[in-house]
Design a protein around this ligand. Structure first.
Ligand SMILES: [Fe+2]
Ligand SMILES: [Fe+2]
Length: 144
């Protein structure tokens, strides 16, 4: 096994935590902006995404502090497109999920062969974020 690059891992975990916390704000915002006759299940979907982002942020934060890192108080930057039709919101969500997937893949690169626990964690999160990407792509198909 390789030696774990602790500082590099902590830096990346902080970046991921900031990104997941931005997801909490993003998805809460979306859940509040959905209107129209079909809003109920879509609102619930975005509320669930917000809750899951918070859970991910907390899990990442626990690992970060376990590695003796100091958790950031910032969140990743968020743009406001002021477009609140469902198609645009889903497209923005897909961009967010793609970036989340990339971040966890970067994490896997750093921890692979250096920590069984962190490697398993990174793989598990990649699996979850892949599912989010698939789910949102499916929701977008309606609008094609
Ligand atoms: Fe996530
Ligand atoms: Fe996600």
């Amino acid at each position: 096994m390789k030696e774990l690059k602790r500082e590099k891992a902590v830096k990346l975990l902080n970046e991921i935590m900031e990104f997941e916390l931005a997801g909490v704000v993003r998805y809460t915002h979306y859940s509040l902006m959905i209107t129209g006759p079909n809003r109920i299940p879509i609102v619930q979907f975005f509320q669930a995404q917000a809750n899951e982002s918070l859970l991910h942020a907390q899990q990442v934060g626990e690992i970060l502090t376990g590695l003796e890192g100091h958790p950031s108080l910032k969140i990743a930057p968020l743009e406001e497109s002021n477009e609140h039709n469902v198609n645009t919101i889903l497209q923005e969500s897909l961009n967010h999920e793609k970036k989340a997937l990339d971040l966890y893949k970067d994490l896997l690169d750093v921890v692979e062969d250096a920590s069984v626990y962190l490697e398993e964690f990174a793989r598990g999160m990649i699996g979850q974020e892949e599912l989010h990407n698939i789910e949102i792509k499916k929701m977008l198909r309606d609008f094609a």
